[in-house]
Ligand binder design. Sequence first.
Ligand SMILES: [Zn+2]
Length: 104
Amino acid sequence: MTVPVRTLDDGAWISVNNARAVSNSEVWPVSGAGVCDCEVAHLLPESFYDVSVGRDAVAVGAIVQCIDCGGHGTIDALPVGRVVDGEFREFDPGAVRRPRATDG
Ligand SMILES: [Zn+2]
């Protein structure tokens, strides 16, 4: 089953199944983001430029800022939740995420 996903409002929102699911006002703990030197960076997504569904995981591409050190960068494929029985389930806000490898 294919779940439609897209960005809305110039990248302020991620839509899953035609419903607003993820906003750019959330802060995510991310390990291995490559954005800065923090072991676990708390990243605020300033803008989403991509969203995709791989297997059942929804991953976003985002311009992010680390609220711990101020580091700034982009992540091409950060999993933010999964689709279960056609419904989006966002990861626990405190759960540390890891970017999906985009090459190899
Ligand atoms: Zn940082």
